[in-house]
Write a protein that binds this ligand. Structure first.
Ligand SMILES: C[S@@+](CC[C@H](N)C(=O)[O-])C[C@H]1O[C@@H](n2cnc3c(N)ncnc32)[C@H](O)[C@@H]1O
Length: 388
């Protein structure tokens, strides 16, 4: 039974919401008694918002649950005990988000409750500076223009004084939204740029770019950004350590280069494949600006369509749906080693199982607690072709 809102040892009254063949789901209606892992959450709205369902659970218990979840999934994938190092915790655990996607609906701006309606959020203690000030500025200027529904992304480097907004209406652009975005950029020191991604294309205001990642590369607003910046720095350092001595790396799902430029700065040649045109433009521009065009070859396209004669070692970081086709392509192309970074342990395990069935083995792996209090976890797994 999966009970949303319950912690280990809690006594709860819960309503069953779904019954499946092998499991059921339930939602807590009332907590009758707290279990030993309960701690005081730092957000007063934690029970109504839905953004941080694990915030009232002790950090070490969260970490142990994440590790156990990944261990179980990978054990099944490798058909034994998967060699997983201890989970890496990252700090900070409050005010950690350097990017956040909020939603709007007819003048309300906030997060969706689990399986429910939109919760209007006045402020959010999970946002890292400068996102806290950026969010306040966005609410001041945008709320009246947020008609219909859509998503608003806030992004900013943790040590920068300002960040960017990306507004993406679901349908037609609400009247007044472009003017309101221009006004935030014009009037608010916490906002240096905005992008409006509507049916008519992308309109920009100010300079909608943030310098992020271990090498502070420019990320155009709206392209993928890692949310926990100190955490991703630690993850990149571990990736570099694993790939030490590898001259050339094929990097699939490269985004605008959080790992790409960390690798290039350490002397690796990187063939980086990414499907978002604005991210690839940013990769190329950053490579040229840093005199790294020889070392960073950015290709626009689907990860499953590998470049000819690819490097024998690959680093991949796919979205939640995993990399089924790309993994098959890497196997077919004779790649010898794969460092797989994943934000979904279930699709990771599916892809690892596929490789293990074809003679690959898992050398090592580790989980990173990169999304505190959410129940999500980042994992890397180092896979080698052939038995040891
Ligand atoms: C989890 S992000 C990782 C980005 C990058 N590694 C980083 O840390 O910033 C996944 C990236 O894969 C890209 N992507 C999604 N589907 C893709 C596909 N079929 N082929 C290539 N890239 C894809 C997305 O645009 C996104 O930039």
């Amino acid at each position: 039974m999966l009970v949303r809102g319950a912690g280990p040892g809690d006594v709860v009254r819960a309503r069953v919401s779904q019954v499946r063949k092998r499991h059921a789901r339930a939602v807590v209606e009332a907590r009758v008694a707290d279990g030993p892992a309960r701690v005081e959450p730092f957000c007063p709205r934690v029970d109504v918002c839905g953004g941080c369902p694990w915030q009232g659970i002790d950090d070490a218990v969260q970490g142990a649950a994440l590790h156990a979840h990944v261990q179980r999934a990978l054990d099944r994938a490798v058909g034994g005990s998967a060699p997983l190092l201890p989970l890496r915790a990252v700090a900070p655990r409050a005010a950690w988000r350097s990017t956040a996607r909020l939603h709007w609906q007819d003048g309300r701006l906030g997060y969706y409750r689990a399986g429910g309606d939109l919760f209007d959020v006045p402020d959010c203690p999970v946002l890292a500076p400068p996102l806290d000030a950026l969010f306040a500025a966005a609410r001041r200027h945008l709320l009246p223009a947020l008609r219909g529904q859509g998503a608003l992304r806030l992004t900013g480097a943790p040590d920068a004084p300002s960040g960017t907004l990306t507004a993406a209406p679901d349908g037609a652009t609400p009247p007044g939204l472009a003017r309101a975005l221009a006004a935030v950029v014009e009037a608010e020191p916490a906002c240096h740029g905005a992008a409006l991604v509507g049916p008519e294309g992308v309109r920009t205001f100010g300079d909608p770019v943030d310098a992020l990642g271990p090498e502070r590369v420019p990320h155009p607003a709206g392209t993928f950004v890692q949310a926990h910046q100190p955490g991703v720095q630690a993850l990149a350092a571990e990736i570099l350590e694993r790939l030490r001595g590898v001259p050339s790396v094929l990097e699939l799902y490269a985004g605008s280069g959080a790992f790409t430029f960390a690798l290039a700065a350490a002397g690796h040649r990187v063939v980086a494949v990414e499907s978002a045109p604005r991210a690839v433009e940013a990769l190329r521009a950053a490579a040229a600006a840093r005199g790294l065009s020889e070392r960073v070859l950015a290709r626009l396209g689907d990860a499953a369509r590998l470049p000819p004669d690819p490097p024998r070692v690959a680093l991949i970081d796919p979205p939640r749906k995993g990399a089924r086709e790309a993994v098959a392509a890497l196997h077919g192309a004779g790649v010898e080693r794969l460092l797989y970074v994943a934000c979904d342990p279930i699709t990771l395990a599916r892809d690892v199982a596929w490789l293990v069935e074809r003679g690959w083995r898992m050398e090592q792996g580790r989980c990173f607690d990169l999304f505190p209090h959410t129940g999500h976890v980042e994992t890397w797994v180092d896979l080698r072709r052939g038995a040891s």
